[in-house]
Write a new protein. Structure first.
Ligand SMILES: C[S@@+](CC[C@H](N)C(=O)[O-])C[C@H]1O[C@@H](n2cnc3c(N)ncnc32)[C@H](O)[C@@H]1O
Length: 225
């Protein structure tokens, strides 16, 4: 008898459609002022020698590159279900030492159990693309995977506080990724979900107004005990 197959899971590719994946880097750079928020994200993460950083939904490897520009001696692990994006990530980061590790798959704590427990976890531009239950699951499992005392950094479309940001978000991201998955972010639910997942000291440390809506960096900690 053949083995039962795991249930098929779907996901939204990096740029909304698979055929757009090769254009993701260009798109994210011009539509989100990426250079600015990504560098600030890495500043907040303060990667240091000995850190083990897990990047959930690592896409085309842009966080890995930004971390390598900032510091050396960091071990980086990325996981993403998208094979094409992961191929791009591996090619772009092949010269970094130590070479970043990328694995193709949906993130769960058990999927990364063979790696050392991360001291820092990043989730960038992933949570606005998944449904409410998946947002909560990813955050719960991120907490489970993190080493005690470790930190979580979420960079994503957060609460859209002004009329201009709400309009830009509606005309761009919500057209591409739909309203269902993106509206909880716009309504300010990310910090709430992070607290519900068991994180402490959840705080929005910076917000960036972009042509596609406001992107927030939200930081949180996992208690030591
Ligand atoms: C908009 S891209 C962001 C990529 C990258 N984090 C960045 O900052 O450029 C979202 C990524 O999340 C991945 N993704 C979607 N659902 C996921 C899930 N359940 N677990 C892990 N990654 C997921 C997608 O394949 C995609 O590469």
């Amino acid at each position: 008898m053949s083995e039962p197959k795991p249930p098929m899971r779907s996901y939204t590719p990096a740029a909304g459609y698979h055929w757009l994946t090769p254009l993701y880097d260009f798109g994210v750079a011009v539509t989100t002022r990426e250079r600015i928020w990504r560098e600030r994200l890495v500043d907040h993460m303060a990667p240091a020698e000995g850190d083990i950083i897990l990047d959930i939904g690592s896409g085309t490897g842009n966080l890995s590159l930004a971390i390598a520009r900032h510091s050396s001696g960091v071990r980086y692990l990325g996981i993403d279900p998208d094979e094409a994006a992961t191929r791009i990530a591996r090619t772009k980061t092949a010269r970094i030492i130590p070479v970043p590790e990328f694995c193709v798959g949906f993130f769960s704590a058990s999927a990364v159990a063979c790696w050392p427990a991360p001291t820092k976890v990043a989730i960038c531009l992933v949570l606005h693309q998944v449904g409410l239950e998946e947002k909560a699951r990813l955050l719960r499992e991120a907490r489970q995977a993190l080493a005690p005392g470790g930190k979580l950094f979420v960079a994503d479309y957060g609460e859209q506080r002004s009329r201009l940001m709400r309009t830009l978000f509606r005309l761009t991201i919500q057209q591409l990724d739909g309203v269902h998955d993106t509206q909880p972010n716009a309504d300010g639910l990310l910090p709430v979900l992070m607290r519900e997942a068991g994180f402490r000291d959840v705080r929005e440390v910076e917000t960036f107004r972009t042509p596609t809506g406001a992107i927030a960096i939200i930081e949180a900690g996992k208690p030591t005990a």
